[in-house]
Design a protein around this ligand. Structure first.
Ligand SMILES: [Zn+2]
Length: 74
């Protein structure tokens, strides 16, 4: 059975997985876990790990995306 990754609806309370940098809403991490790392992070069953395994500071992640787009465009 395949699952479809959901896209965050709002930019508020977005968090990035510290392992794979996947960005989701904090509620989505609690409800679904991380799409890539759930097998070992098990955020669905241990929501208290959310603050340890994800971060709200992902400025660097956004900069990487912009740099990647810049490289692709040029
Ligand atoms: Zn992850």
């Amino acid at each position: 059975m395949t699952s479809i990754a959901s896209v965050p609806q709002t930019a508020r309370q977005l968090r990035a997985c510290l392992v794979c940098s996947l960005v989701k809403h904090s509620d989505q991490f609690r409800r679904e876990g991380c799409d890539n790392c759930e097998s070992f992070l098990q955020l669905k069953f241990h929501p208290e790990r959310l603050s340890e395994c994800t971060t709200t500071s992902f400025d660097g992640y956004e900069k990487q995306i912009h740099l990647l787009l810049f490289v692709i465009i040029n």
